[in-house]
Design a protein around this ligand. Structure first.
Ligand SMILES: [Zn+2]
Length: 147
């Protein structure tokens, strides 16, 4: 899924918001009301092609879940990352990178095991976490990144 359907609270229009644009002050296409994606935002899928540009131009801190589709702990972590994306919309951006299809970025950040979370602030790697952690712990790390 590369976009999110968000219903406008003012006019009821269903807006198609590309995942990569969830954090760029989305507005209703019909009535221009600002849309909140609180509780709805989803992780932004990144690739070798857009990773550097996305992370360096992001208006908020970015947390990237580096995962592999065949990894059990990654699959358990995925719904947690989804929830955190909705919870931190407006404060931090959750993103994800499939390391099995994007080896250049994985090599650049010396990712040796998945899941690995990379925390970026102002375009720079500020923190990282190897392995699946509890949601409460991840929330603490994101809060620290946002301060
Ligand atoms: Zn509207």
């Amino acid at each position: 899924m590369d976009s999110l359907i968000v219903q406008c609270p003012a006019c009821g229009t269903k807006n198609n918001i590309p995942l990569a644009k969830q954090h760029l002050a989305p507005k209703c296409g019909r009535c221009k009301t600002r849309l909140s994606l609180q509780g709805q935002a989803l992780p932004v899928p990144l690739t070798d092609g857009n990773f550097a540009a996305f992370v360096t131009s992001a208006p908020l801190p970015v947390v990237v879940d580096c995962y592999s589709p065949t990894c059990g702990p990654c699959r358990m972590l995925a719904p947690v990352i989804d929830r955190l994306a909705g919870r931190y919309w407006g404060r931090a951006i959750m993103a994800k990178l499939d390391t099995s299809h994007n080896p250049a970025t994985a090599a650049h950040y010396q990712i040796r095991g998945v899941p690995t979370l990379l925390f970026f602030k102002n375009g720079r790697l500020a923190d990282q976490l190897i392995g699946a952690a509890a949601e409460a712990h991840l929330a603490q790390r994101i809060e620290a990144l946002c301060d």
